[in-house]
Write a protein that binds this ligand. Structure first.
Ligand SMILES: [Zn+2]
Length: 631
């Protein structure tokens, strides 16, 4: 440690921690990043070693745990760190000790979070300061979430980033972006993480990232999504905590932003910036659906690695201090939001939000002074031509630009929730059940059939289903629209009843309402419901149409009296349309459909959204003895 050369600038905290760490440590506790003056970052083996060493050196303060395994079979390690005397999830809950989850390396090339959190943890462990936040809370630290990606190292992985020299990659070994996988949870890494989150129930989750190329001089942004909560107190507390962190960071000399800015025109900053709305596939929005808080932290990619680690450590420090300062409120509001979740049935909610700028011309919500650089917009760029921007980073400049932060409920996804919940028919239970389990949601399997159940069903037309043309996360995402109508249905034993009345009722709606941005339907899991798989041959259609037109007794034989008796009336309508509608006359497909759509469908289940809403629990229909305990 004595030979450690700390980089310039903001290292007053780093120096203090190094001094605290020295008496109890050996040089093996210095990170590879420190030994290389923050030119490089260590391999995952370093995380495994420190996890093991610290838990042995401080057995009452550190527990080295394994969340699960990656697709390539590596262990995902977590350090549970606290000086409160508690290192177990159940004990933390029982004793009202808040848990803060810190995730580094979700995108493994953006690895500031790993080095910063480990250096900070080492210092906090060695510090005997009376205001050490570890005395007040449990920090659950996952230094690297995407471990396979971390070990797929290359000097070329992050061309938009200023160091370290070699780093991991963005996706997992299955090439899935983990910070878009919180709802679908298709990776073993995310499935482990969801179980971990369910077990530890963190009041705050920090997901540590690095920006993707934007040029400015703000060293960190903190994004939160309080609007997704149905609990006003939780939304309010989210904003207060964010403001508290921004204040602390500013006092430490940083220039934080309260959102992740996106240029309206990528080639011209003067066109202004927009606040993008993220959806629950991101960690910080998912946390809100579980009635907790989440922050997406983005260090500024063009700062050198040493400065970024300092910024990231200060951000963690600000978060630890905020959680300590607000711990009573955080625990109280989390409990309140869980209780309110029990009363979501029948309530009108918004499942998605949009920046009004995205849907057309909009007035800016104001202007802001963004700390940038002098830049030039080339109409005919050097070498390659075309419209491109270039920056002169020797010339700092303040851009006074319009800012668009007006975020509104999306009308497509504003709906009234069912009074009781959802029915997943037996056939679809095996598709849906693993997702309910992964998200820790309650459901009850029906052990007996229910012959008449009043449900709301969504039957769609072909034009109501839209598939995204490109695969995303290996899935064909789907948008389904339509009106829910009341029907009577019969449900086989093995169907699942998913009550909306549960603490995470909002998460239930986000998974099972088809219009929600990250519902199982939106991720394409129900696409077979809309596929045509049974055809009537053209010659057979012609034969049936001719028989219907001429009132052939074969129609009576095949389809029965009711249809047969209507044939003369249908022919009258048909001929009237031929006479009056030239478009119909020319559209031979429509003319065939006129006849075929009047016959019972050969595929009646097609275009039925496979989950029902119910306003009354089906458990009321089942004999008492057959009801199962809630899971
Ligand atoms: Zn990232």
């Amino acid at each position: 440690m004595k030979t450690l050369k700390l980089p310039i600038g903001l290292w007053m905290w780093g120096i203090a921690w190094a001094v605290w760490a020295a008496p109890n440590s050996t040089s093996s506790w210095a990170l590879h990043s420190e030994k290389t003056q923050f030119q490089e970052t260590g391999t995952y083996q370093e995380v495994e070693r420190l996890c093991d060493q610290w838990s042995k050196r401080y057995p009452t303060w550190v527990s080295c745990q394994t969340l699960g395994k990656t697709a390539e079979g590596r262990n995902i390690r977590a350090l549970v760190v606290s000086k409160s005397g508690v290192l177990q999830a159940a004990a933390a809950k029982r004793k009202n000790i808040p848990v803060m989850l810190v995730i580094g390396g979700t995108h493994a090339g953006e690895i500031d979070g790993k080095d910063a959190s480990l250096i900070l943890t080492r210092s906090l462990l060695a510090s005997s300061a009376s205001d050490n936040p570890l005395k007040q809370l449990v920090m659950v630290l996952v230094p690297v979430f995407n471990v396979d990606g971390h070990e797929h190292r290359s000097p070329f992985n992050r061309p938009n980033q200023n160091g370290p020299k070699v780093q991991g990659e963005r996706t997992t070994a299955l090439r899935v972006n983990l910070n878009r996988d919180w709802m679908l949870a298709q990776t073993p890494e995310m499935q482990s993480m969801l179980a971990w989150v369910h077990q530890w129930d963190p009041v705050l989750t920090l997901d540590l990232h690095v920006t993707d190329g934007i040029r400015y001089r703000h060293d960190v942004s903190l994004s939160m999504s309080p609007m997704f909560s149905e609990n006003a107190r939780l939304s309010q507390l989210s904003t207060e905590l964010q403001q508290g962190m921004l204040k602390r960071l500013t006092a430490m000399g940083h220039t934080p932003l309260d959102f992740y800015p996106v240029f309206n025109d990528l080639e011209d900053p003067s066109a202004g910036i927009m606040q993008e709305v993220e959806s629950p596939r991101f960690s910080h929005v998912y946390a809100v659906l579980k009635n907790r808080l989440g922050i997406l932290v983005e260090d500024y990619a063009w700062n050198d690695y040493a400065s970024r680690i300092q910024t990231c450590m200060d951000t963690l420090k600000a978060a630890l201090e905020e959680v300590t300062y607000r711990k009573e409120d955080l625990l109280k509001v989390a409990r309140h939001a869980d209780e309110q979740g029990l009363f979501l049935g029948g309530k009108k909610v918004a499942l998605d939000w949009r920046n009004v700028y995205e849907s057309g011309p909009a007035h800016p919500s104001g202007t802001m002074d963004l700390q940038g650089y002098r830049y030039e917009v080339h109409e005919d760029a050097p070498v390659v031509g075309g419209r491109r921007v270039s920056y002169d980073i020797t010339q700092p400049s303040t851009w006074t630009v319009p800012v668009y932060k007006n975020v509104r409920k999306s009308s497509d996804t504003t709906l009234r929730l069912p009074e009781a919940g959802y029915i997943v028919p037996a056939a679809w239970a095996s598709v849906v059940k693993p997702h309910l389990q992964r998200h820790g949601l309650r459901y009850t399997p029906l052990t007996v059939p229910v012959s008449t159940l009043n449900v709301e069903a969504l039957r769609v037309n072909d034009g109501d289903v839209a598939y995204e043309p490109n695969s995303f996360q290996g899935r064909q995402r789907t948008t389904v629209k339509g009106q829910w109508t009341e029907e009577q249905s019969s449900v086989r034993a093995g169907a699942l009843f998913v009550p909306i009345h549960q603490p995470k009722g909002l998460l239930v709606a986000h998974l099972l309402e088809p219009s929600a941005p990250d519902s199982l339907s939106s991720w394409g899991l129900f696409n077979t419901a809309y596929e045509v798989s049974d055809y009537v041959a053209g010659h057979r259609e012609l034969e049936l149409a001719r028989w219907m037109y001429h009132q052939d007794p074969k129609i009576l034989e095949i389809y029965g009296e009711t249809i047969y008796q209507q044939l003369p009336q249908w022919r009258k309508i048909y001929e009237a349309r031929l006479a009056k509608e030239p478009g119909f006359l020319e559209d031979t497909e429509a003319r065939m459909d006129f006849w075929m759509n009047r016959l019972p469908s050969q595929d009646p289940q097609r275009n039925l959204y496979p989950i029902y809403r119910v306003n009354q629990s089906p458990l009321a229909h089942a004999p008492r003895a057959t009801r199962l305990a809630r899971r």
